[in-house]
Design a protein around this ligand. Structure first.
Ligand SMILES: N[C@@H]1[C@@H](O)[C@H](O)[C@@H](COP(=O)(O)O)O[C@@H]1O
Length: 284
């Protein structure tokens, strides 16, 4: 697991958007071989979505051959409710980029048969060959998607009852009216996230600091489902300074130094590649 620390939420958003953009462009997706991207909701990914929109508007990124799967959706909230994750995604990202609407997959929290809806979601992900990169967010209790504390670390897409703390935290989106917040959601499972080739998590703000410390400095634990990423071969968490407040200074310094060494390695490799290219082409 790598940890990248940036000054503030905007710099975190810039970093992740550039990272995702590079992954998509390197993949060179086509209609026959689309890039499958998992996406979160919440306030934390908003700066990332703004930066992604900017990359599309300036011609450096296209979503034409990108298939998306969202992490979760409330149960029973009308799809056109401003706080449904469906509305959120179109408002914050999809309406501003060139993604064909048929490439968007969001769980239907109003389906007649919610169990079939969840099973079908897993089937659709498999049908596309799995998720290439799952961009995720977390709650204050360290839940990834809506995998609340105690969720099985081998869980798949299913119906979840929300923790009271999550209902309270999300009341801010419902005029602080707790009774208006749905109590159930459909969510991809921890294992669904672990199955993707790469996971990138956006975490900003002091209120997530404890979850970050638990997930990074302590063991894998179902009470902090983000910690399951310790079992993933290619996981990256990008945080702002505020989200590091509960980490040991030693941990912060360690991950900062790793990033620095990595940058030097990449720079040296790029120079070596340039020299080899020049030698092959007889350029001094
Ligand atoms: N189900 C979503 C999560 O997927 C999301 O990660 C979290 C973070 O929200 P925020 O970024 O607003 O803190 O909100 C909800 O709980």
């Amino acid at each position: 697991m790598r940890l990248i620390i940036r000054e503030d939420p905007e710099s975190v958003g810039e970093y992740i958007a550039n990272y995702v953009c590079k992954r998509i462009n390197d993949f060179n997706p086509s209609p026959e071989r689309p890039f499958v991207l998992g996406l979160p909701t919440g306030s934390s990914p908003v700066p990332t979505y703004k930066a992604l929109i900017n990359l599309v508007k300036t011609g450096r990124l296209s979503f034409r051959n990108v298939i998306t799967f969202n992490m979760d959706e409330y149960v029973g909230l009308p799809r056109d409710h401003p706080e449904s994750y469906h509305s959120f995604m179109f408002r914050e990202l999809f309406s501003h980029v060139d993604i064909p609407p048929e490439n968007v997959n969001i769980l239907d929290g109003n389906a007649d048969d919610l169990v079939s809806e969840c099973n079908d979601y897993e089937r659709r992900i498999k049908q596309y060959g799995g998720v290439e990169l799952f961009l995720a967010g977390i709650g204050e209790d360290g839940h990834i998607a809506f995998n609340e504390p105690g969720s099985s670390l081998t869980s798949r897409t299913r119906i979840k009852t929300l923790a009271y703390g999550t209902i309270l935290a999300n009341a801010r989106f419902f005029n602080n009216d707790i009774s208006a917040v749905p109590h159930m959601a459909l969510t991809v499972g921890v294992q669904t996230v672990l199955d993707s080739r790469e996971v990138v998590v956006v975490v900003t703000g002091q209120r997530k600091a404890l979850a970050i410390a638990k997930a990074i400095e302590e063991g894998v634990n179902h009470l902090w489902t983000l910690s399951a990423l310790q079992m993933h071969p290619w996981a990256l968490i990008v945080v702002d300074e505020d989200a590091t407040l509960e980490l040991h200074v030693k941990t912060v310094k360690y991950f900062k130094s790793i990033e620095q060494v990595q940058e030097e390695v990449e720079k040296n490799q790029a120079e070596l590649k340039k020299k080899k290219h020049a030698a092959v082409n007889g350029i001094n």
